[in-house]
Design a protein around this ligand. Structure first.
Ligand code: NAD
Ligand code: MG
Length: 388
């Protein structure tokens, strides 16, 4: 029996991993829609290869190029933010949400509102819209399958267990490429150094987030919403080998962990096949070859991002959405060579400090308004002291 799949963010790193798995199981999937921000030629080639019904670019200016690249394939083309939402709203058995940033929120919400099954990689959507998104999931009977490797690990460890029996959930973190760098070295870290992740191959934004540890901060907030155990039962441990993808300790002091290669095709496969399992092309885990698994506490002096995320979710209200918005702006500025590495967390902290009494957003529109205002604030901070 074939299942219908829509892939939001088809041209990215998660998109490529998803399509690699689909390509190996072509007769099991029918593709409804593939989307990208622009990359029109690449998107058109994928849409043609996979026989998609619809191809959408988020940037409307790329639509003519997409149309031309699709030629007389008969594949429908569309462009713009509303078209992304419309694509996500179309019926599908599985929606893989792999757009980067809060830009993916409105399409995710559209998939939630039709009660879809969503493999959620787009963590920023959940960080920004936390309560609003989880309430919509409950209201519309949608199914969220966590695709982020840590959350997918926790989801697997919780299977068959009661959430009230959980004593602690521990997110593992590789520590990123700059884990052992001194403060002075961090001040001078370049974009190329920050994106050179030792274990994972990922898009530029999440790679920088891994280097600052904001990725783990975002994941901490993501875990808070996905697994309602409370903040005092959520922890982070540095585990440089990225073999244990996260773990759950129960009240009898039994700890379950999920292990696997550091390749996103493993958690993606677990979502695509859920509640069953499917083959992946990966080599078996060879623990004897790996030899040692090590663990350290996070260092929040050199990497303040996890503290900022914890404070934001403790503060609640609009703080997580502001944190995410400021981080997106700061990471883009760092990648563009406008600010130094250690300014990323500083911009986030300063933006949060200026927004400490904004109310909790209660609708998608309110979340997007908070996101917009957080971006504006962060940008104005960057303009006033760009290279400090
Ligand atoms: P990426 O940059 O490689 O790809 C992003 C995709 O989204 C591309 O298809 C791009 O065209 C599209 N896109 C970018 N901006 C957009 C916009 N404004 N509107 C619409 N589409 C847009 O990113 P990625 O590494 O694949 O990550 C995607 C998401 O998955 C992120 O939220 C990331 O945090 C999460 N994630 C990624 C990994 C990984 O290994 N790459 C692991 C865990 C979670
Ligand atoms: Mg992760």
């Amino acid at each position: 029996m074939t299942r219908v799949l829509t892939l939001l963010g088809a041209t990215g790193s998660i998109g490529a991993s998803t399509l690699d798995l689909v390509r190996r199981n072509r007769d099991e999937w029918q593709i409804e829609a593939l989307t990208a921000q622009c990359s029109a030629a690449e998107l058109a080639a994928l849409a043609i290869e996979f026989g998609a019904k619809l191809a959408v670019v988020g940037d409307e200016a790329c639509l003519p190029e997409l149309r031309e690249a699709l030629g007389n394939s008969g594949i429908e083309a569309a462009g713009g933010r509303a078209a992304l939402v419309e694509a996500a709203a179309r019926p599908a058995d599985m929606t893989v949400a792999a757009i980067v940033g809060c830009a993916g929120l409105a399409p995710v919400m559209a998939a939630v509102e039709r009660g879809g099954t969503i493999a959620l990689a787009n963590k920023e959507a959940l960080v920004s819209a936390g309560e609003v998104l989880m309430q919509a999931v409950a209201k519309h009977g949608a199914t969220l399958l966590p695709t982020d490797s840590e959350h997918n690990a926790i989801f697997q460890c919780l299977n068959g267990n009661r959430i009230e029996d959980v004593a602690k959930i521990t997110l593992t973190a590789s520590g990123g490429p700059l884990r052992t760098w001194t403060q002075a070295q961090l001040d001078a870290a370049t974009p190329a150094e920050a994106v050179a992740h030792p274990n994972w191959s990922m898009g530029a934004k999440i790679s920088v987030d891994s280097a600052t540890m904001m990725n783990k901060g975002l994941e901490y907030i993501e875990a808070y919403h996905l697994f309602p155990v409370g903040l005092d039962r959520l922890g982070i441990v540095i585990h440089p080998q990225s073999v244990i993808h996260s773990m759950v300790e129960f009240r009898d002091r039994s700890t379950l962990a999920q292990l696997g290669p550091s390749d996103m095709r493993v958690p993606i496969a677990s979502c695509l096949a859920w509640p069953q399992r499917m083959e992946t092309p990966l080599a078996p885990l060879d623990l004897a070859a790996i030899g040692a698994l090590t663990f350290f506490p996070p260092d929040e002096d050199r990497f303040p991002a996890t503290r900022l995320a914890r404070e934001a979710i403790q503060a609640g209200g609009s703080a997580p959405a502001i944190l995410n918005a400021a981080n997106e702006v700061a990471v883009a500025a760092f990648l563009a060579g406008q600010i130094r590495f250690t300014r990323i967390a500083a911009v986030v902290e300063e933006t949060l400090a200026r927004n400490n009494d904004a109310p909790r957003p209660t609708s998608l529109e309110e979340v997007l308004a908070v996101d917009h205002s957080g971006r504006m604030q962060a940008m104005s901070l960057l303009e006033t002291n760009a290279l400090v």
